[in-house]
Design a protein around this ligand. Structure first.
Ligand SMILES: *Cc1c(COP(=O)(O)O)cnc(C)c1O
Length: 473
């Protein structure tokens, strides 16, 4: 068995893949946004091919492409107004292919010095973009925002409790409390569970009428802690909430954190990309004085999934949190001014995550990104304008292209959004979701695709209007 195949066969396989993928990439709009969710049909399809003696490569590829094309929500579709999943940009796709082919091991610098230095360079670029102090900051690529938020909790614990790495929770005299808003991402609760704290130690604070964390309540809750048994660990501000794209008042949170000596983490998984636009970056004022930041490049920066960044303004904290020394670990770091990735994250074997961002910057530049970010923000404004013109009422207030809306007349009809959503998703021309704001279900439409234009927005509005009319009659 030749796992490599010969060069003629390899070209044939590559050509098949290229033809299929190119067809999808060039004609994404012709596909249905929504898959059929027939479990038995899907299981049968997955289980059909022979796994004992193997299959013809071209048939295997056709099998997979057929499965993905028929049974996925097509997040790269320009009429996908969905969650923060982008159309993967071309540079990012190529980067993943190259990464898989060379398979560099980024655990240790000496194994993949070019790749490690690329990631370090990109991290330094983001430190600058977010306005952190270059001389005092550090960062690492993570697999996603969930890992970055977990990293933030671990860093906050190791910063506050110098013996945490050695004694863990058993060494603490008081219970550490994490604060965030009720609109924060659930990965915060998960991080609390994973570090051994438990989600009861996450205090969620109510939001104000703008859906931002109520900073008055936040400070009140901090002061209310029982000083002999509890201690505030960190406050997590969200820059672009998952539900409504709202940016918390980061400056006020940072002041509260300073006053009470608390770690200030900004979960900018989605909204962090605003720093790439000179028009939008002032929305994130307050972020430069944070202790740490989560930023997902696989959201608004449109690289394929598995690409997030954790930044911190405490240069030593990642090392303190993750460094382990064993005999088989390389010792180069002590002699050279380099960073060993294994000393900076939960991971050991490490994929070249950062190439997707680096190659995107090589292809498009920061200038290219500024243009597409501004375009998407403008499409968000266009969507708001069109909704208002068509008598939909908008329920959230953000400069980011996330719009939550409903109809005045049917606002209290709990079936309204659900019924219409089902019809739209069944038709498969557009994809959007429903998000409850203060128990009122609203439609949630987000511009997550750099190819979405006025045309796709008009198509969405037309569908919504039509469904509203039939719902009435
Ligand atoms: C998406 C998101 C996360 C989780 O990030 P993943 O990359 O999906 O793990 C965390 N916080 C916010 C605000 C998000 O929108």
């Amino acid at each position: 068995m030749n796992f490599d195949f010969d060069d003629k066969q390899r070209k044939e396989i590559l050509n098949t893949v290229l033809d299929k993928v190119e067809h999808f990439y060039a004609n994404t709009k012709d596909y249905s946004t929504t898959p059929k969710l027939n479990l038995q049909e899907i299981r049968n399809l997955v289980e059909t091919p022979d796994l004992i003696s193997g299959n013809k490569p071209n048939e295997a590829i056709e099998h997979i492409i057929n499965g993905l094309e028929n049974y996925s929500v097509h997040t790269p579709h320009p009429n996908y107004f969905g969650l923060f999943n982008p159309r993967a940009n071309f540079a990012g796709i190529i980067a993943d292919f190259i990464t898989a082919s060379y398979n560099p091991q980024l655990a240790a610098w000496s194994h993949a010095p070019f790749a490690v230095e690329v990631e370090a360079h990109v991290i330094r670029e983001f430190i600058e973009k977010f306005g952190l102090d270059k001389k005092k900051s550090d960062g690492v690529f993570t697999t996603g925002g969930a890992e970055a938020n977990l990293t933030a909790v671990l860093c906050a614990l190791n910063n506050k409790y110098p013996n945490f790495a050695k004694n863990g929770m058993f060494g603490l005299d008081k219970k550490p409390i994490i604060f965030c808003s009720q609109e924060a991402h659930h990965s915060v609760q998960k991080a609390a569970k994973v570090v051994g704290l438990g989600y009861d130690f996450v205090k969620t604070i109510h939001t104000n009428k703008d859906l931002k964390i109520d900073t008055f309540l936040l400070e009140k809750e901090i002061k209310k802690l029982n000083a002999s048994t509890q201690s505030p660990l960190m406050v997590i501000g969200t820059a672009g909430t998952t539900g409504t794209g709202t940016i918390d008042d980061l400056e006020s949170i940072s002041k509260i954190c300073k006053t009470h000596d608390i770690w200030f983490h900004v979960d900018a998984a989605y909204g962090g990309a605003a720093v790439l636009s000179s028009k939008l970056k002032q929305l994130l004022s307050g972020i430069p004085v944070s202790d740490s930041i989560t930023f997902d490049a696989h959201k608004w920066m449109s690289v394929p999934m598995g690409t997030s960044i954790f930044l911190t303004s405490h240069q030593e904290i990642l090392n303190k949190t993750f460094r382990i020394t064993t005999e088989y670990m390389p010792k180069e770091a002590s002699e050279m001014k380099i960073i060993e990735p294994f000393s900076h994250s939960i991971q050991w074997s490490r994929r070249f995550i950062g190439l997707k961002v680096y190659l995107s910057l090589l292809f498009y530049g920061w200038d290219g990104y500024e243009k597409v970010i501004n375009h998407q923000a403008k499409m968000g404004e266009y969507l708001r304008l069109k909704l208002t013109e068509n008598n939909w009422i908008i329920k959230n207030n953000t400069e980011l292209p996330v719009v939550c809306f409903t109809d005045q007349q049917f606002e209290s009809d709990l079936n309204f959004t659900k019924t219409i959503l089902n019809k739209i998703l069944t038709r498969g021309n557009s994809w959007l979701s429903v998000y409850p704001i203060e128990n009122v279900p609203t439609f949630r439409a987000c511009i997550t695709n750099y190819n979405t234009t006025e045309t796709e927005i008009d198509e969405l509005i037309e569908e919504l209007n039509k469904e509203r009319e039939t719902y009435q009659s």
